[in-house]
Design a protein around this ligand. Structure first.
Ligand SMILES: [Zn+2]
Length: 403
């Protein structure tokens, strides 16, 4: 992978190196964080590459949705590994990613420390606490709690981690748990995952009656706290209700366009338009087998960017960004192991052509160099690229966070 000019102050720290493996925790062989699949650089000319490097040197580069842990190499160990509640952040790979700000979504529905089904309050707290403990023992990643953390990351050669959760399921019927999660560093939350919760219906539900009374109260509480609200996994009516109820812009931080690929995981035009009209941003998803199209039924950077251009044409360049939603390890293999927890099968069409991985968008370290190369190659101006890789998201954070 050709490196990008966005140097991070990385001192070689490895996850949990303050502990003794085999004594303090059971060791699992993790996947390779660098070089698991052959490196792929989207082909550009020398002049185009110079522009790419200038963008990484000068602009703030933000991924709106990732899971930056390293999965075990042997995925048959995954459930046992998850029960330990310990995720290993890929610091070395992230130091080469070109990213200045990452929305980190933790274990999410796969936080199964005590539960078989995920989303339990104590498991989510365990997950957040143990990751931030590791982060507190190193200097390259900073926990982003205020806007100033977003602004200073690049200047200081650091990466700002924005704490994100894909659902409010773990708050059950307790509004104050939103305050608790804010106190622990969470700054963006989805209202609901694919299955319904106390707030509303997820995208997998056949009957979506919109936000519940409690859901409306939760949206208002998140507005007051300064939590950015997301509807990526919400059903269409619940998404529209959330956008209408919220006093601040709402995001779709990892999805694509149903106009290009007709599954419930993709967003219809009316939801995309409502999100943009409220001042929000739609960030494009790259997890395997998600953003494919009729023209490109095999998932690739071309099908992914077709979704980007569709949304940009529909609502304008000011309302689109990228939330690739990748991880380190065999993502397709993990989907097979976790298809129940993640509602994968119910949101895929049968005419999709399966891939082993998405070339050029395989993990959080290689996505953005290739996205920027693609944009430069396809004639996007530096100003437009600056918006879609960063300032569109910063605008939403300025409108939704309180500090
Ligand atoms: Zn998701």
């Amino acid at each position: 992978m050709a490196s990008v000019d966005n140097k991070k102050n990385y001192d070689g720290y490895k996850a949990f190196q303050y502990l003794e493996p085999g004594v303090d925790y059971k060791e699992y062989k993790l996947a390779k964080e660098i070089g698991r699949v052959p490196a792929f650089d989207y082909p550009v000319s020398e002049e185009e590459e110079a522009i790419v490097q200038e963008i990484f040197r000068n602009d703030t580069i933000i991924s709106m949705h990732e899971h930056t842990f390293i999965a075990p190499e042997d995925l048959t160990e995954f459930y046992e590994f998850r029960r330990t509640g310990r995720d290993f952040t890929a610091y070395e790979a992230l130091s080469q990613s070109g990213l200045d700000v990452i929305f980190e979504n933790f274990m999410d529905g796969t936080a199964m420390v005590t539960s078989q089904a995920g989303w339990k309050w104590s498991d989510v707290i365990h997950d957040i606490g143990i990751r931030y403990s590791d982060i507190a023992h190193q200097d390259m990643i900073i926990k982003a709690e205020r806007l100033e953390d977003i602004y200073r990351a690049k200047k200081e050669g650091k990466i700002a981690f924005v704490g994100a959760l894909e659902s409010c399921t773990m708050i059950e019927n307790e509004l104050d748990r939103l305050d608790i999660l804010y106190g622990f560093g969470i700054r963006t939350m989805g209202v609901v995952y694919s299955e319904a919760n106390q707030l509303g219906a997820g995208l997998r539900e056949p009957n979506d009656a919109g936000l519940t009374v409690f859901g409306k109260e939760a949206v208002k509480r998140m507005n007051k706290l300064g939590i950015t609200i997301d509807v990526s996994h919400a059903g269409d009516k619940t998404a529209l209700d959330t956008i209408e109820t919220s006093d601040a812009p709402v995001t779709i931080n990892h999805a694509g366009a149903r106009g290009l690929w007709n599954t419930n995981r993709m967003k219809p035009d009316d939801v995309i338009k409502a999100c943009a009209e409220k001042g929000g941003v739609i960030a494009i998803e790259a997890a395997p087998h998600s953003t494919v199209t009729a023209k490109h039924p095999q998932h690739s950077i071309e099908s992914f960017m077709e979704h980007f251009e569709y949304v940009a044409n529909l609502v304008g360049i000011d309302h689109v960004a990228f939330g690739p939603d990748t991880l380190f390890g065999d993502h397709v293999g993990l989907h097979d192991v976790l298809s129940g927890q993640l509602s994968i099968k119910s949101s895929q069409k049968s005419d999709l052509q399966r891939v082993e991985y998405v070339k050029g968008l395989e993990n959080p370290a290689e996505c953005f160099p290739n996205i920027v190369r693609w944009l430069v190659k396809h004639g996007y101006s530096k100003e437009d690229i600056r918006k879609v890789v960063g300032t569109n998201i910063i605008r939403v954070l300025e409108a939704t966070w309180t500090k």
